[in-house]
Design a protein around this ligand. Structure first.
Ligand code: S3P
Length: 433
């Protein structure tokens, strides 16, 4: 079923625009819904995950209109959500589940959230714990610390939470609950994860401070309860996590030059650019600007001879979603690439240490999985194989790029899973041929 067959090519040339950033698109709907007035979002990502977020808010009485060039959210204020008529279906989306749980914990009604098989096996203790400390009533219905989750009204108070993981979903969940708490709520994380929630909350009028501890990588964000947020106009930059596949394609496919226009390069997301440079890739960042508080640029790449590198430490949260495609670059590079401190890969849409290892091995690459990453021996050539995506969108897209530089034919099973973050992924290639 929906298997795509790909073979190798040369000469990817031209300009592409990638869809809007997934993390920012989710947040625009969430904050728009709980703000007063209209929020108008251009370049919103119409991927399955973000559509799940819209669906959840519609079930709580929020009107969301898809206009020709924008999404319009009719916000009902911090206390304007209605009790959902049915279960909130979060699909495959961890961001919807964790951020929405923070908002729901502050509501005066009961709610239930559930998703697909992959989502319902991902860890939720990481949000249940801090929310419970705040006074929320949130439980795992099957008592396995996973969704489905059941949330009933609680009285929230401000806490200081030290998160054991650098996770923007955990941080954002606690900060959003903090909007409904009776005092200041702060989150310290071991190193700074994506900060879109903080940037956007401030744009919407929240009282939020971010600090980096001098001499350490620890980061704290603190929010005070507020009476209202106010609807905004938001332009979502192109998603660097989607751009990453075309960066890699431009670097790996012979005789290529690709210009990727309008990509968000927020430093908390842009670790892949450092990795491209460290591997010897021809990458130029052009036309840097700020769009709605988010740094944005155009990225030009051309065919390069890459070499291995070591990726570890505080850069990891800034490229965690790009590790599948970085692994493909490593497989085609000269020498060894070591990825460490990335145990979070195990709790993504699939266990990505396993899915990357198994599929790269199927293509003839030598990979050693470790507890918190992998060691990849670069190779001159990969060979075509059958790729088991296990419905993980980033595995499907990363291995589609591998297929373009592999001998023979590669079959990508269940390729439709790209719809989660990039429904037009395969069409974008047509623009470069
Ligand atoms: C996201 C945060 C990251 C990332 C995910 C999107 C977000 O997850 O992997 O794709 O939008 O906040 P974690 O917070 O679990 O690291």
């Amino acid at each position: 079923m929906d298997t795509i067959e790909l073979t190798n090519i040369t000469g990817l040339r031209g300009e592409v625009r990638v869809p809007g950033d997934k993390s920012i698109s989710h947040r625009s709907v969430m904050l728009g819904a709980i703000a007063q007035g209209i929020t108008e979002v251009s370049h919103f990502l119409q991927g399955a995950d973000c559509l799940a977020t819209i669906d959840c808010f519609r079930r709580m009485g929020i009107e969301v209109e898809h206009r020709q060039t924008s999404l319009v959210i009719h916000g009902r204020g911090l206390h304007g959500l209605h009790a959902p008529t049915e279960l909130l279906n979060v699909g495959n989306s961890g961001t919807t589940t964790r951020l929405l749980s923070g908002i729901l914990s502050g509501q005066p009604f009961d709610s239930k959230l559930s998703g697909d098989e992959s989502l319902n096996s991902r860890p939720m203790k990481r949000i249940i714990e801090p929310l419970t400390q705040m006074g929320a009533n949130i439980s795992s219905i099957l008592r396995n610390d996973c969704a489905p989750l059941y949330i009933t009204p609680g009285h929230l108070h401000g806490i200081h939470y030290t998160s054991p993981v650098a996770s923007a979903q955990v941080k954002s969940c606690v900060l959003l609950a903090g909007l409904y708490a009776d005092g200041e709520t702060s989150v310290t994380e071991p190193s700074l994860s994506r900060n879109h929630t903080e940037l956007m909350l401030r744009e919407f009028g929240a009282d939020l401070q971010s600090t980096l501890l001098p001499g350490s990588s620890k980061a704290t964000a603190a929010i005070r309860p507020c009476t209202e947020l106010y609807g905004q106009k938001i332009t979502v930059p192109g998603d660097i996590s989607s751009a990453a596949y075309f960066l890699a394609a431009g670097l790996l496919v012979p005789d290529s030059e690709i210009l990727i226009k309008n990509v968000g390069i927020n430093p908390t997301r842009a670790g892949i650019l450092n990795v491209c440079n460290a591997m010897g890739g021809n990458l130029t960042v052009l036309n840097e600007r700020t769009q709605g508080g988010e740094p944005t640029a155009d990225l030009l790449v051309s065919t390069s001879r890459l070499h291995g590198t070591t990726i570890e430490g505080e850069i990891i949260p800034t490229l965690i979603d790009e590790i599948p495609i970085i692994a493909i670059m490593a497989a085609m590079a000269e020498g060894t690439t070591i990825i460490r401190n990335a145990a979070e890969l195990k709790v993504k849409e699939t266990d990505r240490i396993e899915t990357i290892t198994d599929n790269l091995r199927a293509m003839g690459c030598s990979v050693t999985p470790t507890e918190d990453g992998m060691i990849i021996q670069g190779k001159e050539k990969l060979h075509g194989a059958t790729i088991h995506t296990l419905l993980d969108h980033r595995i499907a897209m990363a291995f589609s790029i591998a297929a373009l530089v592999a001998d023979g034919t590669t079959k990508i099973l269940n390729s439709h899973c790209v719809d989660v973050s990039y429904p037009a992924f395969y069409d974008t290639f047509e623009e470069l041929l």
